[in-house]
Ligand binder design. Structure first.
Ligand SMILES: [Zn+2]
Length: 130
């Protein structure tokens, strides 16, 4: 596989579009063993202890091109990392971190419903005291 600069720019735009349009739950952080990222049909997961940016491109490419071989994905990932400007990478990271933050917030509060309850109860108490 060979990718021209133009084709790499297209891949960048497609992955950025996914990050912008997928719901927060599509993105998740998790500690993993033996791998740094995973791509499912419904979501992707990233190990936050590893290189998040290239891994995110990698998993999004798997999602976009399930028929591509692992070596083609690795090649496209490295082309994106080398061709894109630091501004483009920063833009990608900005959108990705926004989604990951929302996703982790959702996970955090869904796993601890008692916490929401106690927060809203105390909020109600504060309101009623005024
Ligand atoms: Zn892979």
């Amino acid at each position: 596989m060979k990718l021209t600069k133009k084709e790499v720019e297209d891949l960048y735009k497609k992955t950025l579009h996914l990050v912008k349009t997928k719901p927060p739950e599509f993105f998740g952080f998790r500690k993993m063993r033996g791998t740094v990222g995973l791509c499912y049909w419904t979501d992707i997961e990233l190990d936050y202890r590893r290189d998040i940016i290239p891994t995110a491109f990698h998993e999004l490419l798997h999602y976009l091109y399930p028929e591509w071989s692992e070596s083609n994905i690795l090649y496209a990932e490295s082309r994106i990392m080398n061709v894109c400007s630091s501004l483009e990478i920063a833009r990608f990271l900005r959108h990705l971190s926004y989604k990951l933050y929302k996703s982790e917030m959702l996970k955090h509060f869904l796993q601890k419903p008692s916490r929401i309850e106690s927060v809203s109860k105390s909020a109600w108490k504060d309101n009623s005291a005024k």
